[in-house]
Design a protein around this ligand. Structure first.
Ligand code: HEM
Length: 530
């Protein structure tokens, strides 16, 4: 065992500090106040226990491949799309840390923020992502370059570095505000005509395709044009792709790795539809840029509009093939993620009219009669930001939570986790845990405001309980773009409409398709404000 591991063993792990502590509320913008809180009520093993002692289902459940099948229908009431319910039951039975065998390896579920912190702050060099073997098999069979989502180690870092420089810089993000605003104005105009929608997710899918299309291809793809009532084919393909990925993850026998099974063939068909759109649009964008360059008009064009693909081409560190794979990943990851987030945010506001009224007041105060939204407006809207954070907490957006594969041994919650252990941070379960959140079942954006103190602000004690965009070098690369898009859409929609749902709807039922998504169509009324 190396010296670093010994140091880890000797260090008292965070959860051992299990007593009343004085906490300075440094988040108060006015005066720092002191309050006494019970930080958590964990009971941890008094000495470090081996991995074999991590609790979890016993017996047949631990037989490689077959064991996983026993957790799902027809043996239980759960399907792969409802794995969250299975995990909630296991959390109740086994506690803050438990392990389940999926395939041939264990996956360890983490339900305490102290442990989430230990894992997310551990040292990683390869930053290996858990295998989406269905997508990997498709990429290999179709001879398509893998992108940010599938690559690891140096190949991933070579793509990530230049892309991140272009995507996460505040100035770049800000330059997209006017472009997204135009897309949002068209969406709002459509809502004014419709007044009511029967399937909010599909409407928002068309909106997010248009927004992320502006980032990836600098082009409007026509999904919001008059007469386009059906969702774009690419959105349908993506929905099916994510559903199949979710299912493939928990399949006991993955025959598609060896043969083109009917399940694989359906995935291939949807994958090809998606890739067709991306390669067509990428080629058009390339042609457009080459033409402008030949005509000597490129500089002038770039002065007026940001162009993400051009900035990657001009950077010189990535080949055209690598750029295509980056654009493909951004387009694929950017549509359903943001559309679902917006559905749930609007639904929470509809179910909580008092919070909607408060948000409307903030919008009126900050934006008033300005014709355009600016990054300065967005920066001032703290209640809007709190609404998004709270909506993500109540309905956690990612099916698996944030996953990490250990690159060296690590003590987590009193257990010795060996190198290569797969750990899943179960933010969804922490979100409903009253050790970390005051009245966790309620939609209370106030809990996130800087000026909030006392019990309601308990969540601020546990930042690692809530990581909807992940953490560290492998965190969501689209976070800033997504937040901008969500803030602009929510601001414009709430400014223009009072949103409501049919009176018999009291809660939103969800299912998991990589992203959390409504299990039934969501109807929404958009009553124009006078
Ligand atoms: C509300 C919307 C979104 C949520 C909740 C979300 C969440 C996440 C999460 C949790 C991860 C994994 C982070 C980790 O392991 O630490 C991730 C990765 C990623 N996201 Fe997002 N995301 C969203 C929107 C977007 C958008 C709009 C884009 C593209 C424009 C995008 C592109 C990506 C990509 C490419 C990765 C993989 C990054 C890598 O492995 O280097 N996401 N996202």
């Amino acid at each position: 065992m190396c010296a670093m591991h010994l140091v880890r063993f000797c260090r008292p792990y965070p959860g051992l500090i299990n007593k009343e502590v004085k906490v300075i509320n440094t988040w108060s913008s006015h005066t720092a106040s002191t309050s006494t809180v019970v930080r958590n009520d964990r009971s941890l093993p008094s000495e470090i226990k081996p991995f074999s002692a991590v609790p979890g289902p016993k017996g047949l459940y631990n037989v490689p491949f077959i064991g996983a099948a026993l957790h799902f229908k027809p043996f239980t009431k759960y399907t792969a799309n409802e794995i969250n319910d299975l995990l909630t039951d296991m959390r109740k039975k086994y506690g803050d840390i438990f392990k389940i065998k999926f395939g041939k390896d264990y996956m360890v579920y983490i339900n305490h923020p102290d442990d989430a912190k230990t894992i997310l702050q551990a040292h990683y060099e390869v930053h290996k992502r858990i295998s989406f073997d269905l997508s990997e098999t498709l990429a290999e069979r179709e001879k398509v370059n893998k992108g940010l989502i599938l690559l690891n180690g140096k190949e991933w870092a070579d793509l990530r570095k230049p892309t991140q420089e272009k995507m996460l810089r505040p100035a770049v993000v800000a330059s997209y505000v006017p472009l997204i605003e135009k897309v949002t104005n068209d969406f709002v105009d459509n809502l004014k005509k419709k007044k009511q929608v029967d399937d909010l997710l599909w409407e928002l899918n068309n909106y997010t395709i248009e927004s992320v299309g502006m980032l990836c291809f600098n082009k409007r793809l026509g999904c919001l044009d008059e007469g386009t009532n059906s969702p774009a084919e690419v959105a349908v393909a993506l929905r099916n792709i994510f559903d199949m990925l979710q299912k493939s993850f928990f399949m006991p026998l993955k025959m598609y790795l060896y043969f083109k099974t009917p399940f694989y063939k359906r995935f291939e068909q949807e994958g090809r539809k998606f890739m067709e759109v991306v390669s067509t649009e990428t080629a058009i964008q390339n042609e457009f840029l080459t033409k402008l360059k030949k005509e000597g008009k490129l500089e002038e064009y770039l002065e007026n509009e940001p162009n993400f693909m051009y900035s990657l081409l001009a950077d010189g560190r990535l080949s055209e093939d690598q750029i295509s794979s980056v654009v493909s990943d951004l387009f694929g990851a950017g549509i359903d993620s943001t559309a679902n987030t917006l559905v749930f945010l609007l639904a929470q506001l509809a179910l909580n009219p008092d919070k909607q009224a408060k948000l409307y007041d903030e919008i009126q105060q900050v934006v008033g009669n300005s014709r355009h939204l600016t990054k300065e407006h967005l920066a001032k809207m703290s209640y809007l930001k709190a609404c998004l954070k709270e909506s993500h907490r109540k309905i956690f957006p990612i099916s698996f939570g944030v996953l990490r594969i250990l690159e060296s041994d690590l003590v987590v919650g009193g257990y010795q986790m060996p190198k290569n252990t797969v750990l899943a941070i179960n933010n969804r379960s922490m979100a409903m845990d009253d050790r970390f959140y005051y009245r966790p079942t309620e939609f209370l954006p106030e809990r996130w405001l800087r000026e909030t103190t006392g019990d309601i602000a308990k969540s601020k004690e546990f930042p690692f309980a809530h990581k909807p965009f992940g953490f560290g070098p492998r965190a969501c690369i689209g976070q800033r773009f997504a937040e901008n898009e969500i803030f602009i859409a929510a601001t414009k929609i709430v400014k223009n409409f009072h949103v409501s749902m049919p009176s018999d709807v009291k809660e939103i039922k969800t299912t998991l398709k990589i992203f959390t998504t409504p299990s039934e169509k969501i109807k929404m009324n958009f009553l124009e404000r006078q």
